[in-house]
Design a protein around this ligand. Sequence first.
Ligand SMILES: Cc1ncc(COP(=O)(O)O)c(C=O)c1O
Length: 411
Amino acid sequence: MDRSDYKALFRAAVDQVRQEGRYRVFADLKRHRGQFPRATWTRPDGREQDVVVWCSNDYLGQGQNPVVVQAMTRAIEEAGSGSGGTRNISGTTRWHVELEAELADLHRKEAALVFTSGYVANEASLSTLAKILPGLIVFSDALNHASMIAGIRHSGCERHVFRHNDLEHLEQLLAAAPADAPKLIAFESVYSMDGDIADLRGTIALARSYGALTYLDEVHAVGLYGHRGAGVAERDGCMGEIDIIEGTLGKAFGVMGGYIAGDADLVDAIRSHAAGFIFTTSIPPALAAGATASIRWLKAHNEVRVIHQERAETLKRRFMNAGIPVLPSVSHIVPVHVGDPVHCKMISDMLLADHGIYVQPINYPTVPRGTERLRFTPTPFHTDAMFDDLVGAMDRLWTHCNVKRLGGMAA
Ligand SMILES: Cc1ncc(COP(=O)(O)O)c(C=O)c1O
């Protein structure tokens, strides 16, 4: 093929996304330590504008916590930048060992294993479990994250998708599978696009009845729920009954990396077989040090979680009072329904350019078509004055763009 033909194909692939109104443009942000959620946005024309970030997954502002920053700085001073290798070939440092011990303690499990991201933790662990457990059948929630789907597909095992959070459907599928086959139920606690939370105890009960293991992604819950921040399983008092807990260090813990925690034999088996763990450079010591400091700090500061929940509830109430259609979230996520990709992007563009409010539009394929939304993540650092600015701007834009309000009425 001619070089220009390749170029035409690349352009066509992007044009299709553009036509559907879901072409993604990066917001070029400067974060300033100590000022989160304020940041500086560099406009496409090069001018700078102060903005308030409303869509960060640094849910508790741990990315700027002096305890975390100091731990990272100290580790860089002591160890330098990178880890220098894969975990098996010189890339296991004292900071990695400490982090895994801290994570195992957080989840009250025998062992934990750190990966380069939450995505890799899911993909590598789920794809490897099927190799370790021949004939494994995986039961996967329909709204599971792309990384879980990728891992399950990659494993090549038999898989059944149950309707989102529908335990009756899950039970039907479990009952139809051979009683003696190894089984795994893969699900999340907080689903981050809708903000709903799975029935952990109900799922565990089914797993027990049908002899299945449970694999729980707590990526949007670790640091945020439970008295020590171990997640929804801790909050619901059933952490000990979940076989594999998967989490991230990149959201509430404010750093980067992913992990699993579970029984020592299980973790050792994944450590020994998962390509996504074995064949890649380990995270830098500074990341490990920052994550350890963040986890320790959040274990001891439950009051931050209380403020976080209050902020989310207050924002939901204030949007509802203004007739802005908040989706029924029971978590810290505040999703606002728009229902059209072009409107969604337009509102987000206007919020940013005209009001200094940054919230990224969430369009297909992240959410199903027709459910396009704005997803707000208020943190303990979002003040009442910031809430006033946001709700006022949303109210005006809802009228300006003639978007449906609560009760189905366009303004
Ligand atoms: C449910 C879920 N699992 C896993 C991941 C991946 O985590 P990470 O960002 O650490 O790769 C994400 C990321 O957004 C997620 O939403």
